[in-house]
Design a binder for this molecule. Structure first.
Ligand code: C2E
Ligand code: CA
Ligand code: CA
Ligand code: CA
Length: 279
C-alpha cells in the first residue's frame, strides 16, 4: 500500500476521478503498460453442478505495476475504456489466452474453454474479429476454446447493430455469455434474440440468496426463464457451501466463486486441470 503524502497515494484512491492530473498520469502509465506488457491473466474456474468438474474458466486481467504491485481491473478498466486503450489491452488478452491454451495443449494438459470479457467498444470495432480469428489460427485452436462475456451495455446504443456483431462472434468463437445479469434493465426474453448461450447471474443476487426472499425469487425466476430459452445459468460470486446447496436446489447449471476457487495465476489453474480437481 502506498504511503500517504506520497503523490502516488491518489493513484489508488476512489477520488481518483476528481483530479485531472492523476487521471493523466494513470493514462500515461497505462500506455506504458501496454507497450511494456505489464499485464497478466488470472483464471477462475467455472464448475458444473452435476459433474462437479471444471468446465470453463474466466480470464481476468491484472496489471503488474513495477514497484506498485498488482493493480485490480476496477482501477484501470474504466479509464482504458474511456481512453480507447481497451482496444490494444483487449487484443493482448485475446492473444494471451490463445497462447496459454496452446501451451497447455502442447504439454498435453486437458484444456477447457476460456471466457474473455469484452467491452462495448471492442464489440463495435470489427478489428477484434480479425484479432480473434488470427489468434486461434496462429495457435492451432478450435474456435470453441474461446468464449466471450458481454454485459447488456453492449446492446444499449444500437441493438440492431449489436445483434449483427454478436452473430459474427458466434461464427468465430464458442459460447456467448451475458455477464452481470440482473444489474441492468433488460428482460431475458428480450436478450434471447441476441443468441446468448449462457446467463451469468450477478454476485449481487447470490450473496444473500439463502437469507433474502427477494434475491432467491429473482434467481429462481432467472434460472427458470433461462432454461425455457435454452440457456445455461452460471451463478457468480459463490462463496459458501450454503449458497452452493441453494443454487443446486434451484437447478442452476454452474458456479464460479471463491468457494471453489478465487481467480489464480496460470500455473495454479494448470494444476487444477492436471489433477482434475472437482467440487
Ligand atoms: P466480472 O467480469 O464480473 O468478473 C468477476 C469479478 O468477480 C472478478 O473481479 C472476480 O475476481 C470477482 N469474483 C469472483 N468470485 C468472487 C467471489 O466469490 N466473491 C467476490 N467478492 N468476488 C468474486 P476482478 O478480477 O477484480 O474483475 C473485475 C471486473 O473487471 C470484471 O468483472 C470485468 O468487468 C473487468 N475485467 C476483468 N478482466 C477484464 C478484461 O480482460 N477485459 C475487460 N474488458 N474487462 C475485464
Ligand atoms: Ca465477466
Ligand atoms: Ca460478472
Ligand atoms: Ca461485473
Amino acid at each position: 500500500k502506498a504511503k500517504s503524502g506520497n503523490e502516488r497515494y491518489l493513484y489508488y484512491s476512489a477520488e481518483m476521478n476528481a483530479s485531472i492530473a492523476v487521471r493523466l498520469q494513470l493514462e500515461h502509465d497505462l500506455r506504458t503498460a501496454v507497450s511494456a506488457r505489464q499485464f497478466l491473466l488470472y483464471y477462475q474456474p467455472r464448475v458444473d453442478l452435476i459433474s462437479g468438474r471444471i468446465v470453463s474458466a474466466e480470464a481476468l486481467i491484472r496489471w503488474q505495476h513495477p514497484g506498485r504491485g498488482m493493480v485490480p481491473p476496477v482501477q484501470f478498466i474504466p479509464l482504458a475504456e474511456e481512453s480507447g486503450l481497451i482496444l490494444p489491452i483487449g487484443a493482448w488478452v485475446i492473444d494471451a489466452v490463445c497462447a496459454q491454451q496452446a501451451d497447455w495443449r502442447r504439454r498435453q494438459i486437458k484444456i477447457v474453454p476460456v471466457a474473455i470479457n469484452l467491452s462495448a467498444m471492442q464489440v463495435k470495432k470489427h478489428q477484434v474479429l480479425t484479432t480473434i480469428v488470427d489468434a486461434l489460427r496462429n495457435n492451432g485452436l478450435e474456435r470453441e476454446y474461446v468464449e466471450f462475456e458481454l454485459t447488456e451495455s453492449v446492446l444499449m446504443d444500437n441493438p440492431e447493430e449489436a445483434a449483427i456483431n454478436l452473430r459474427a462472434f458466434k461464427k468465430i468463437g464458442g459460447a456467448l455469455a451475458l455477464d452481470d445479469f440482473g444489474t441492468g434493465y433488460s428482460s431475458l426474453a428480450y436478450l434471447k434474440r441476441f443468441e446468448f448461450d449462457i446467463v451469468k447471474i450477478d454476485r449481487a443476487f447470490v450473496t444473500e440468496i439463502t437469507r433474502s426472499r427477494e434475491d432467491a425469487a429473482i434467481a429462481t425466476a432467472v434460472i427458470a426463464m433461462a432454461h425455457s430459452l435454452n440457456m445455461r445459468v452460471v451463478a457468480e460470486g459463490v462463496e459458501t457451501e450454503a449458497q452452493l446447496r441453494y443454487l443446486r436446489k434451484l437447478r442452476c447449471d454452474e458456479i464460479q466463486g471463491y468457494f471453489f476457487s478465487p481467480p489464480v495465476p496460470a500455473l495454479a489453474f494448470e494444476e487444477m486441470l492436471r489433477t482434475d480437481r472437482r467440487l
